[in-house]
Design a protein around this ligand. Structure first.
Ligand SMILES: Cc1cc2nc3c(=O)[nH]c(=O)nc-3n(C[C@H](O)[C@H](O)[C@H](O)COP(=O)(O)OP(=O)(O)OC[C@H]3O[C@@H](n4cnc5c(N)ncnc54)[C@H](O)[C@@H]3O)c2cc1C
Length: 470
């Protein structure tokens, strides 16, 4: 089918009718029907789109893409819209293609430990389905109740268990995608090994919807632990933070699954007057470690961890510590890390950052950016925390009244070049960081990315303007 693009803005009825013929009336929302649709869970804005298209099957996605391809129509893929880099941002001229009606868990194979899902399945639904059979889906992150598997794949999501299980790309066995011209590439392989040329699946992982639309996936599952122990530790120095990572990883082989660090500023914000949580530890410290240990022998596991923590306290490696006594206490410890309400209550604007660099370089980098920020904007405030076991540092920054995003970005990103760090550890580039991509990737790499994009989407209709400009 050939649909001629109308040059007059707003006159797209032919295109929308053609799409409606594929997805049905309930599958396409435009005009007044879009009122009330949000542009993302943290965005106070309404969704901007020529239409929100909600296919139910891969075949429908393929036919919609064929129509958009013929019309040269820009398409922005969207999942749970929890992304933090502006990857799902859209304009009033875009078709937003949502996976919200492709939300079926198709099957689980408990012996092969695999699950086949559609792209719009919510991460938490995958986790819960695996748990029903004593299995575990290893990806876990704060947005678990809203983000989708398709979005997780498109952003190569990280989260709190990367230290032990890797990122989203490591949880993926098979993948099905629809390309810009509507062709379907299906590689729904369901075993670990497949050395047959280029690993095409992985090219789509982290591509932020610019190379193809994820429609289905085969996920890898693991045996669930018998129990999870969570400890919160107050640590006197950064050197001891680094030593403790090795110490616990070596003493609990394969069992240390999360190693998060909260700087004092972040810990105090999240246990202070703007929070409903009390500080669980009596002693203050510059750093707090929140760690999860997966237990395979309930009695011995907890006893061993208690004994390790006692040794750490006696030797001055930590100045205080608590092992969660119940599941509810475990959840409360994690709330200190994952609850962003206090910063939203205290400040009217927060900029988030997600960088990576070597553990050795972290404390000096944090101090440098703090100094530069407060020298430039006296009323700015900085809160640091992150998945430190993976070299991943997050910042919540109150930029002060000036709200000069470009200046704050420059302060945060420019030191990373000399430190061999990355401007994005896990959230991706989207719109927000594309001006800084060259701080982390070489010209040759960016040019190869552009060539790949040109080859796969010559008309630049899939999520145009994200990651880099053509
Ligand atoms: C409270 C909170 C905590 C978070 N914690 C983490 C964390 O620890 N680690 C982490 O990595 N991220 C984290 N995030 C970011 C976010 O949750 C992840 O990036 C997540 O993977 C996005 O999934 P989504 O379904 O919401 O995707 P969306 O936000 O809808 O989209 C993200 C990108 O993927 C593309 N996309 C979406 N679906 C598809 C599809 N089917 N096919 C092709 N492209 C698609 C979009 O175009 C966009 O570029 C957090 C976010 C919040 C709000």
């Amino acid at each position: 089918m050939k649909i001629r693009m109308q040059s007059m803005p707003g006159n797209h009825s032919e295109l929308l009718q053609a799409i409606e013929a594929v997805v049905g009336k309930a599958g396409i929302l435009h005009g007044d029907a879009l009122v009330g649709r949000s542009a993302g869970i943290w965005s106070g804005n309404s969704l901007q789109a020529l239409a929100l298209v909600r296919p139910r099957t891969t075949d429908e996605v393929s036919r919609v893409m064929r129509i958009c391809h013929a019309a040269g129509q820009a398409v922005v893929p969207a999942g749970g819209m929890t992304g933090l880099a502006g990857g799902h941002d859209s304009t009033a001229a875009d078709i937003v293609l949502s996976s919200e009606r492709m939300n079926q868990i198709e099957s689980i194979d408990t012996r092969a430990r695999t699950m086949v899902v559609e792209a719009g399945v919510i991460l938490q639904a995958v986790q819960q389905r695996a748990e029903q059979d004593g299995l575990m889906f290893a990806l876990d992150l704060g947005a678990r109740a809203s983000c989708t598997i398709g979005g997780n794949i498109a952003t190569n999501a990280g989260g709190v268990r990367v230290l032990r299980y890797g990122m989203m790309r490591d949880q993926l066995l098979g993948l099905e995608v629809v390309l810009a011209d509507g062709s379907v590439v299906s590689s729904m392989f369901d075993v670990l090994k497949n050395n047959t040329g280029y690993d095409l699946r992985q090219m789509f992982v982290g591509s932020e919807g610019t190379l193809g639309i994820v429609t289905r996936a085969v996920l890898r599952l693991y045996e669930a632990p018998l129990a999870i122990e969570t400890a919160l530790l107050a640590v006197p120095t950064w050197d001891k933070v680094m030593e403790l990572l090795r110490y616990f990883d070596a003493a609990l082989p394969g069992a240390l699954t999360a190693f998060e660090v909260l700087w004092r500023d972040f810990y105090e914000l999240n246990t202070g007057p703007f929070s409903t949580l009390e500080p669980p530890l009596e002693t203050e410290a510059p750093f707090y470690i929140l760690m999860d240990v997966f237990i395979s022998d309930i009695d011995q596991g907890r006893t061993k961890l208690e004994s390790l923590l006692t040794t750490c306290l006696e030797q001055g490696e930590i100045v205080d510590g608590a092992l969660a006594a119940s599941e509810s206490e475990r959840q409360r410890f994690w709330q200190i890390r994952e609850n962003f309400e206090p910063e939203q209550k205290k400040f009217d604007k927060i900029y988030g950052y997600d960088i990576s660099l070597s553990l050795q370089a972290m404390p000096a980098y944090v101090e440098l950016v703090r100094q530069q920020l407060t020298r430039r904007f006296a009323d700015a405030e900085l809160f640091s925390y992150g998945h430190i076991g993976d070299g991943n540092l997050h910042f919540s920054i109150y930029p002060g009244q000036a709200r000069d995003r470009d200046a704050v970005d420059e302060i945060m990103y420019s030191p990373l070049q000399a430190l061999n760090g990355s401007i994005s550890a896990e959230h991706g580039i989207g719109l927000e960081k594309k001006a800084y991509l060259a701080y982390t990737r070489s010209e040759a790499e960016i040019e190869l990315m552009r060539k790949t994009k040109r080859m796969m989407d010559p008309d630049n209709i899939l999520n145009p303007g994200k990651l880099f400009d053509m």
